[in-house]
Design a protein. Structure first.
Length: 321
């Protein structure tokens, strides 16, 4: 009988499943909403509202991230950010994260440590903890995060509440991640501001609950492109939305990058995904919380237009298309 080959202690296989779990969760601080954290069959998270907002996203190596483009910390932070942004888009405050990590057994412990460190850092920025999850072996890295949130007694802000006469407003950056992807796709690594925006988005987490308190009628996380995601609000609310191009914020850095690459910076702003800004409708401009900016209006009809006309180019990202 042949002895089993020795495991490399510097890999996740060398750490073993339970050693790896202890390594990434042991000693980490948890918010007050975590009543029972990692280490048991399931976690216990406080839900004083009586309702739990929940959302799941899956990030796949080679589709959503590349380790030759992003650091492990940035990949981990991105996995958290894209999920907590969805909770914020419902007007909720995050209360817990469940992380599923599939990776090759040869993944080095250093990369795994750095990836999970990025998760914890972004979770801390969002005011939430990783309360549990699972790790399994796979041929490539796949990260699945489920975010939990509390409405704190408020009604959820859905996609179906927009009304004719509402204003459309956004909070957060738009077009930066698309510009960063364009730069990376050309083989460049700078300017760092746009490349960094693609590697790790910075959603305005607090803006979701603030919008809910201000009376937002509908809201969505801009993950696939502003026009595409406003299209979801238009369909769900049975309304039309018109975006005003002249109201869109096109930063000079995007203009400079687009000029160098022969691209259109406004197209990035209107259709670029993965910035995870928030878009919402409000009864009036006077209702907007600080930091939100009006970019359009809700009208009778259907679909999304730009300056009253159909947008002739692709409006955003959709898997399998």
């Amino acid at each position: 009988m042949q002895p089993e080959p020795a495991q490399n202690p510097d890999t996740v296989a060398g750490l073993g499943e339970f050693g790896f779990i202890e390594r990434i969760t042991g000693g980490r601080p948890q918010p007050s909403t975590t009543l029972l954290g990692p280490g048991d069959d399931a976690a216990v998270v406080a839900a004083p509202d009586g309702r739990v907002v929940t959302s799941t996203d899956v990030l796949v190596e080679g589709v959503h991230f590349r380790l030759d483009w992003s650091s492990p910390e940035q990949v981990g932070a991105k996995a958290v950010a894209v999920n907590v942004a969805d909770v914020a888009a419902m007007g909720a405050v995050p209360t817990g994260l469940l992380v599923g990590l599939a990776c090759p057994p040869t993944l080095t412990a250093e990369i795994a440590d750095r990836m999970t460190e990025g998760m914890w850092q972004e979770a801390s920025r969002a005011g939430v903890g990783v309360v549990g999850g699972d790790v399994v072996s796979a041929g490539s890295i796949v990260i699945s995060v489920t975010a939990l949130g509390s409405l704190q007694g408020r009604e959820p802000v859905t996609r179906s509440g927009a009304r004719v006469g509402d204003v459309v407003a956004v909070r957060g950056r738009l077009g930066w991640s698309a510009a960063g992807l364009a730069v990376l796709s050309r083989g460049f690594r700078s300017p760092g501001t746009v490349v960094g925006a693609h590697r790790c988005p910075q959603p305005p987490y607090q803006a979701g609950p603030e919008a809910a308190l201000a009376g937002a009628t509908a809201m969505i996380d801009v993950s696939d492109g502003l026009l595409a995601d406003l299209g979801h609000i238009a369909v769900s609310s049975s309304v039309a939305i018109d975006v005003w191009a002249e109201r869109m914020e096109v930063h000079q850095r995007l203009v400079d990058v687009a000029s160098a690459l022969g691209s259109d910076p406004l197209h990035w702003v209107l259709t670029g995904g993965e910035d995870h800004a928030l878009a919402a409708t409000f009864p009036s401009a006077a209702a907007l919380p600080p930091g939100w900016r009006v970019v359009g209006t809700v009208k009778e009809g259907s679909g999304v237009t730009v300056n009253g006309r159909a947008y002739e180019r692709p409006v955003g990202w959709e898997h399998w298309r």
